[in-house]
Design a protein around this ligand. Structure first.
Ligand SMILES: [Zn+2]
Length: 93
């Protein structure tokens, strides 16, 4: 049995007509969201970064905005970086 399940996080669609190497299947709904997300990409994007951006998009939950703005960026930044100090025991003094 071959199910063409959408590879996007949180998407349950199984009839995908699009497949990309390293990306997997993507349903039309997610593809349309990806196209919208792409319009928010910078005018200039390094070639190597294009696939990375698509992969990042696939890791966002369906229906969630891909692009953050203003304080949302700060919040996401803080949630990634945290405010934790390195544990002391990782270092030999
Ligand atoms: Zn999908």
């Amino acid at each position: 049995m071959s199910v063409m399940a959408c590879n996007r996080e949180g998407c349950d669609n199984i009839m995908c007509d699009r497949y990309a190497h390293d990306i997997g299947y993507i349903c039309n709904e997610c593809y349309q969201e990806l196209l919208v997300a792409k319009t928010h990409w910078p005018f200039s994007v390094p070639k190597d970064e294009v696939k990375q951006r698509i992969i990042e998009f696939m890791n966002t939950n369906k229906g969630h905005t891909y692009n953050l703005q203003g304080s949302e960026i700060d919040n996401e930044f803080d949630s990634i970086m945290g405010n934790h100090n390195c544990p002391d025991d990782e270092f030999d003094y």
